[in-house]
Design a protein around this ligand. Structure first.
Ligand SMILES: [Zn+2]
Length: 730
């Protein structure tokens, strides 16, 4: 999935290859977090050897092979891709197997969109093949549709609802436009797509069309495919509209794995299925509808780039929308490879990327999957030279991500108990392209990622990817204040994780510290989830020489090695405390802006964060003694080291709350969650923040002590870890 974030068009020109000097050694800091001084040189040597292994030609080859044919989850194409990945893993000597699950994956039987008044038009609903791109005429392409739409046959007047988020309905209400009993047309963007039919149904709409406005990823942005990279007239964005903020994964098995013979809900019981029929359409098909809307003229920021005046309706455009699906349960194939740890085999570092696509998917997801495969191949080479990771490395190629994170969620639910115990960190990849390092995740891993970003070289400039990213941010900064803020950053600032890719079950459900890594931003795109996301497109516009595929393999691999090889896990907690304080400030401001919220007492939250800050400082004080300890003396205290590490990596578990968030108990992390009404977009301190935003004061009030309690439990455990570490380094 992904895409929404990365597909911003960055207008800046990057600084060229001016800084093509800075040898690796000059970029590196002397120490390495988690290693004693006498271990650093050997680790550096192995990492350098690892980073020389990933090859662009190999990544190109995997991409070409996997994207050769359509391979949506549930189709024979997806099984073929899973077997190919399995064969590669095994061919490299890795211990690998396929884990099979299943899930409800309804594909379309009937799709009709007709404008019936005031003029007649039958929507094309078909992306045409392009002679310049042989894959665009492949057999077996899934038709354009939104997964988990309801069946339906409705005819009604149309209302234009902009992005179709709750704020848009407030504007409509002020204009006196009601969607009850009508079909809404929303444009893509502004939220995760699943929010649009959900909010439309909440307001009484009986059908929903979602179109790609040319302003957002079509001709307004640049030349359309095949001349340029942007969405052509009949290009359509497929995608899931499952109500994922409730729970991802198979709609029929929330919280448990769907395997053969598993208990399943009925469709009527499944809460994540959309209530109304919803279909994505091209701007070619949207234009006749938009042209025939009357009523008030749409506000300026609602207007796209179609050559008409944007009106809200309702009508006179009247549409007949008819959809039916086969509602079949189909198989999923997750490919899992394991490299056993030599010292701490029951501590797992996991790296996953999905392999299923909506169609050919050279960009989404194959660009990321190919980098994961090259990481696997490089590890297998390094193992032959005598490298022994202390911890177990698990590599996962997930199926069914596009439908709703199906393969990763079913796997995480199946192995939940074991993962809660053993998972140290989950690292996620998805689409990858030329540009800058994007890193989000648990803030206990920010120091680790700063160190990694310093040691990976940007293919374009030769600078470290940390410096390349900072230079780019400075180019983009619009004000002196923004520039100063960027200059003041000490390292890489991790974004907070919302949802939209396979890390969701790991961080939000099992509260495992997680990361999402990828490159992009210099790879404009209008082919997201269409038949034009092909090898031809990707090698023209995505990452033509696969050098950012190499950079991603190096980044993920280096991160994994530091986690798997270190004696003391490279977690750090002062960044967590500092970041939490900024979230608490935002929540306090929200409270101040809401006169009704006076009863919500935020003091326990700030007290808990202060406690974490103190514990984190104690941990750093103890940590300062680690470098000088001879590694042999730590090797003699293996059990004590293992006990310390368990305390360290299960700190994130303390941020979980078994009863979960209001109205969605699957989401158990009290710091990060996808927004109930934003979908992909993150809501930090969600129990409190969403209570304030949605003016449900009792929810906000209830979640202050729960959230503060979770942070306090984490602080207590960090304090224990500080004591344990202090005893080891004394
Ligand atoms: Zn994806």
């Amino acid at each position: 999935m992904r895409g929404a974030v990365r597909r911003v068009v960055w207008m800046t020109a990057c600084g060229g290859a001016a800084a093509m000097l800075a040898g690796t050694a000059a970029m590196q800091e002397p120490g390495l977090r988690g290693f004693t001084r006498d271990q650093v040189a050997a680790e550096r040597q192995q990492e350098d050897a690892f980073r020389a292994l990933p090859k662009a030609e190999s990544i190109r080859e995997y991409n070409k092979t996997i994207s050769a044919d359509p391979h949506n989850a549930g189709s024979p194409g997806s099984m073929k891709v899973a077997s190919y990945i399995l064969d590669q893993f095994k061919g490299w000597g890795l211990d690998a197997h396929i884990e099979q699950y299943q899930a409800l994956m309804p594909t379309p039987v009937n799709r009709v969109v007709e404008l019936v008044a005031p003029e007649e038009y039958t929507a094309v609903l078909k992306e045409p093949a392009i002679p310049e791109d042989p894959d665009s005429s492949d057999a077996g392409q899934l038709p354009t549709f939104n997964a988990y739409s309801a069946d339906g046959d409705v005819t009604a007047e149309v209302v234009y609802v902009n992005y179709g988020v709750p704020a848009d309905y407030e504007v409509l209400a002020k204009q006196g436009v009601d969607v009850k009993g009508r079909i809404v047309i929303a444009r893509y963007g502004g939220s995760w797509r699943g929010i649009k039919p959900k909010v439309a149904a909440e307001h009484g709409a009986i059908g929903c069309l979602i179109y790609s406005d040319p302003r957002d990823d079509g001709y307004f942005q640049g030349d359309v495919y095949p001349k340029g990279p942007f969405r052509p007239e009949q290009g359509v964005q497929r995608g899931s509209v499952m109500d994922m903020p409730l729970y991802p994964g198979d709609p029929l098995t929330p919280g448990w794995a769907d395997e053969k013979g598993a208990r399943q809900l009925t469709r009527a019981e499944a809460k994540t299925l959309v209530k109304i029929p919803v279909l994505p359409i091209s701007y070619g098909d949207a234009l006749p509808i938009m042209r025939n809307l009357g009523g008030p003229v749409a506000p300026e920021d609602w207007r796209g780039a179609l050559p008409v005046t944007y009106h809200l309706g309702a009508g006179p455009a009247k549409v007949h929308l008819k959809l039916s699906f086969d509602w079949e349960v189909r198989p999923l194939y997750d490919v899992i490879a394991t490299i056993p740890g030599s010292e701490f085999p029951d501590e797992w570092v996991i790296y996953g990327n999905h392999h299923d696509a909506w169609v050919n998917g050279a960009d989404d997801p194959v660009s990321g999957q190919a980098a994961l495969m090259e990481t696997a191949r490089s590890f297998s080479e390094l193992l032959k030279t005598g490298w022994h990771p202390k911890r177990t490395i698990v590599l996962a190629a997930w199926d069914g991500e596009e439908w709703g994170l199906l393969g990763s969620t079913e796997w995480a639910e199946k192995h939940a108990d074991e993962l809660k115990q053993k998972a140290v960190v989950y690292i996620n990849g998805d689409s990858n392209g030329k540009g800058w390092l994007n890193a989000s995740g648990s803030h206990s891993l920010q120091t680790l990622m700063t160190g990694v970003a310093r040691d990976i070289r940007d293919p374009k400039t030769g600078k470290s990817v940390l410096d390349a990213r900072r230079a780019h941010q400075l180019d983009e900064a619009k004000t002196d204040e923004a520039k100063k803020k960027i200059e003041a950053q000490k390292g890489l600032e991790l974004g907070a994780l919302g949802s939209g890719s396979d890390y969701t079950a790991f961080i939000d459900h099992l509260t495992i510290a997680s990361l999402n890594l990828g490159y992009g931003g210099d790879d404009p795109g209008g082919i997201y989830h269409s038949i034009y996301d092909s090898f031809t497109w990707y090698t023209r516009f995505g990452d033509p020489d696969f050098s950012y595929g190499v950079a991603l393999a190096q980044t993920s691999g280096t991160t994994i090695m530091r986690l798997a090889d270190s004696t003391v896990l490279p977690f750090e907690f002062t960044n967590y405390a500092t970041t939490l304080a900024t979230y608490a400030d935002q929540v306090a401001k929200l409270k101040k802006d809401n006169a009704g919220a006076t009863a919500v007492d935020l003091k326990p939250l700030s007290a808990a964060i202060a406690k974490l800050k103190t514990a984190a400082a104690a941990y750093e004080k103890a940590y300062a003694g680690l470098a000088a300890v001879p590694s042999a003396s730590l090797a003699a205290k293996k059990d004590q080291v293992a006990a310390l590490n368990e305390l360290v990596y299960t700190t994130e578990r303390k941020l979980g709350y078994a009863q979960g968030l209001p109205r969605r108990d699957w989401f158990q992390h009290m710091i990060y969650a996808p927004g109930f009404y934003t979908g992909y977009g993150v809501k930090t301190l969600p129990g409190i923040r969403e209570g304030l935003e949605e003016k449900t004061w009792n929810e906000a009030e209830k979640y202050v002590p729960i959230t503060a309690g979770a942070i306090t439990a984490m602080a207590d455990q960090v304090q224990q870890a500080a004591t344990a570490l202090g005893a080891l380094v004394r």
